[in-house]
Design a protein around this ligand. Structure first.
Ligand SMILES: *Cc1c(COP(=O)(O)O)cnc(C)c1O
Length: 408
């Protein structure tokens, strides 16, 4: 039995089957590369789902986490620590574009928890109605799930917290029609990640801002995936002022941390006793967040994300089996001419690349921001062969479906 078969068997016998069988057993990483248990090397274009901003085993992150853990690892929220306050201040400074924004931060350990904090915060307006978008994704806990439109995720867990209206994403008129004077908040992603990197029309976020203002509703921008430099800017919503901003994925570079940032009056809506967390704001997680931000600054990774993203988008689009390429910075979505996305991911692994499929014909790439020019060259060189393999496998499975008399 292969090493992977053995790992999959032990996995299946000991872990809940929520994710399906793991594709690889990974043992080690460095930069944007990972190695499996058989010694095969891959360029990691998934980056732990937009999490490993500094790649794997970045010395600055290792040093920050190790030093903090050796000094003081956890204290509970009865106490504070220097990394906690410093990271909150730093986030407010980034949101303010260099000068501290007037706001307050609530730290969590994940994206869904950042959104739970934000959801509870919106209830403190005295209103309960939230307008969210079709195709949006905000997490898997009951509150965040109530704000996520995908029926397959929701239906098995009904009833969910109510009073949520979903409107088509990117459609400012639909948003204007749904928001009323009873609306607590408008919730949007600047670019939808889980939907396959869906970019709204220019001016959509600004329209959401003015629609929310007209009705005294909060504008809540979920930057759990787009935030922390992913799109070549600290926040993809830069230029539009949110009332609530949630971040997580890239923030800790792989160390679990999220944040709900309330700006202006929204920063004071949650009061003592309203919310809490044991782990959120843990000094090790906050030290990780500070190391990520400082390294993005020191290594010029925002600019790198922009430059590499442009090269990748134009290089990948050069193959005519790619019908559309979208995104910003190192958040890239592309559509294929056939439902071959799963085959592209499988072929990618055979060629030494970790890729991701969000829908049957859509590929998402969210690699580490420390991706090198050589990593980009490698994918662009292999891309036609990956598509050849994937399309051959997809045709073969269509042919066997037809032979077996299955409908497509
Ligand atoms: C991933 C994601 C979440 C949920 O984050 P978790 O850490 O998985 O709970 C929420 N919102 C967006 C936009 C995301 O991409």
């Amino acid at each position: 039995m292969s090493t992977l078969d053995q790992a999959q068997q032990r996995y299946a016998a000991s872990l809940m089957n929520t994710f399906g069988p793991p594709k690889l057993q990974l043992v080690r990483g460095a930069g944007a590369h990972v190695w499996d248990a058989d010694g095969n090397e891959y360029v990691d274009y998934l980056g732990g789902i937009a999490v490993n901003a500094l790649g794997h085993a970045h010395p600055a992150l290792v040093e920050a986490v190790t030093t903090q853990l050796q000094t003081l690892g956890h204290v509970s929220n009865f106490f504070t620590t220097e990394p906690q306050v410093e990271l909150a201040e730093k986030l407010l400074e980034l949101v303010g574009g260099g000068t501290a924004a007037d706001g307050r931060v609530f730290f969590t350990s994940s994206g869904t928890e950042a959104n739970e904090a934000a959801f509870k915060l919106t209830r403190r307006t005295g209103r309960t109605h939230v307008v969210a978008t079709e195709g949006g994704f905000h997490g898997r806990t009951m509150g965040a799930l109530a704000l996520t439109s995908k029926e397959a995720y929701r239906t098995p867990f009904a009833p969910l917290p109510g009073d949520v209206t979903f409107v088509p994403y990117g459609d400012a008129d639909a948003l204007a029609a749904a928001v009323t004077d009873e609306t607590a908040a408008v919730l949007v992603e600047p670019i939808q990640g889980e939907a396959g990197v869906v970019v709204p029309p220019a001016g959509y976020l600004a329209a959401a801002r003015s629609i929310a203002d007209e009705h005294g509703a909060l504008l809540w921008i979920d930057e759990v995936q787009t935030g922390m430099g992913r799109t070549g800017r600290w926040f993809a919503s830069e230029g539009v002022r949110p009332d609530v901003l949630t971040v997580a994925k890239g923030l800790g570079g792989g160390f679990p941390i999220g944040a709900c940032i309330g700006l202006g009056e929204a920063g004071a809506l949650l009061q003592p006793g309203n919310h809490g967390t044991t782990f959120g704001g843990n000094p090790v997680a906050c030290a990780a967040g500070l190391a990520v931000i400082r390294t993005i600054e020191a290594e010029g990774l925002l600019e790198r994300a922009t430059v590499l993203g442009e090269r990748l988008r134009s290089g990948l689009a050069a193959d005519d089996r790619v019908t559309e390429v979208r995104g910003a910075g190192l958040m890239i979505g592309l559509d294929l001419s056939a439902d071959a996305a799963a085959e592209v991911v499988a072929a990618g692994l055979r060629h030494g690349f970790v890729l991701n499929n969000t829908t049957p014909a859509r590929i998402r790439l969210v690699p580490p921001l420390v991706l090198t020019d050589a990593d980009v060259d490698a994918l662009l060189a292999a891309w036609p062969a990956i598509l050849d393999d994937a399309y051959a496998a997809s045709d073969a499975s269509d042919a066997s479906d037809i032979a077996a008399g299955k409908d497509s």
